[in-house]
Ligand binder design. Structure first.
Ligand SMILES: NC(=O)c1ccc[n+]([C@@H]2O[C@H](COP(=O)([O-])OP(=O)(O)OC[C@H]3O[C@@H](n4cnc5c(N)ncnc54)[C@H](OP(=O)(O)O)[C@@H]3O)[C@@H](O)[C@H]2O)c1
Length: 327
């Protein structure tokens, strides 16, 4: 496993990390979580991603229980959580980054994770109604109290992040240091164009999500929705159209010979492709079973085999021209 600095921070994250969205509690109980986290950790993963909203808080409970059983040294791994949607459908408690919610949010997460602190906290989405200054101060205070060590953003625009950084700099507060955007062969918006310049200028890190587009890039949806896949889960109907989109499936089929030439599987190729982007600090992988973790962790071995010519071939398959990518 290789490690990359999280932006300009002193912390290094494994280039492949592991997250619990959809899977923990819904598909994986504590035992399965222990098995998958252990497989990832043994492969060198040092960063485990979570959010208070995942499975309504139960994903954090499962991860907390798993960590207790795994008994790893606290210094050897990083845990994150995120706030925005909240756990209660109530005024001041949903879709917000207000100070009260963030403070109550971190306290609840630490309780469910059974940890004294988390390493990273994210504002899971921008909040257009709370003054950014209020959010920046709350994140700063959470760090000052030792409940988290670094903070970041998820799916914020470059200008929103710059605003937060400038407020923090003006008041000598802890700045946000990392963005968590979706990034995969289909979804490239937040790591191209203006963002590239932003990441370069500010040295902002990225922990990217859904590198397999929820499984679409594994090729498993070519013959319809398989049983026990994310696409078959109750409550995830909104994903089905995307997972069975004919045009997208044709692009995935065109990738198969590329993977074959490299002697790897489609998931490994899709993960390694994300790692080719120098602005990616870590690719957060997801898995519903331990075999997937073993397969995905081998993606690191594929990265050096992907040449600029091959990247251009993949761009061609996805209908991305260089100019478009650079917009
Ligand atoms: N910040 C945000 O807004 C945000 C949003 C989403 C996710 N995230 C984070 O990013 C993490 C990863 O996202 P993701 O779970 O969507 O990632 P993904 O890699 O796009 O999808 C993972 C899913 O694909 C399937 N899969 C994985 N490896 C496979 C393999 N080798 N062969 C076949 N199927 C395989 C599994 O689902 P099945 O086996 O069930 O089909 C697995 O749960 C999350 O856990 C979370 O921590 C953050």
């Amino acid at each position: 496993m290789k490690y990359r600095h999280l932006g300009r921070t002193g912390i290094q994250v494994s280039e492949l990390s592991f997250g619990s969205w959809v899977t923990f509690h819904n598909q994986a109980d504590v035992k399965a979580a222990v098995d998958m986290m252990a497989a990832a950790y043994e492969a060198g993963v040092n960063f485990f991603d979570n959010a208070e909203v995942y499975a309504g808080g139960k994903s954090e409970t499962v991860m907390g229980n798993a960590l207790k059983k795994l008994k790893w040294r606290r210094g050897s791994y990083l845990i994150s959580t995120k706030f925005y949607w909240g756990l209660h459908n109530n005024v001041n408690e949903k879709n917000t980054l207000n100070r009260k919610r963030l403070i109550e949010g971190i306290n609840g997460s630490l309780e469910r994770l059974e940890l004294d602190y988390v390493d990273l906290i994210y504002c899971h989405r921008p909040d257009k109604t709370t003054p950014v200054e209020e959010t920046v101060w709350a994140m700063h205070n959470i760090i000052e109290w030792g409940k988290a060590l670094y903070w970041g953003t998820s799916e914020w625009s470059a200008s929103e992040i710059v605003q937060a950084i400038e407020i923090a700099e003006r008041h000598h507060l802890h700045k946000p240091v990392v963005e968590q955007p979706e990034y995969n062969m289909f979804e490239r918006r937040r790591l191209t164009g203006d963002y590239e310049r932003f990441y370069k200028d500010y040295g902002y890190g990225t922990t990217i999500w859904s590198p397999l587009a929820s499984g679409l890039l594994t090729g498993k949806y070519q013959g319809g929705i398989p049983e026990n896949s994310r696409g078959s889960l109750n409550g995830y109907d909104w994903l089905k159209d995307n997972l069975t989109d004919k045009e997208k499936l044709a692009k995935v089929a065109a990738l198969e010979p590329v993977a074959k030439e490299l002697g790897c599987t489609l998931p490994q190729l899709a993960l390694a492709w994300c790692l080719k982007n120098p602005f990616v600090s870590t690719v957060i992988t997801g898995a519903s079973r331990v075999e997937q973790v073993h397969e995905n962790m081998k993606a690191s071995e594929v990265v050096d085999k992907i040449t600029p010519e091959l990247l251009a071939r993949i761009d061609n398959i996805f209908g991305v021209t260089k100019e478009e990518d650079d917009d």
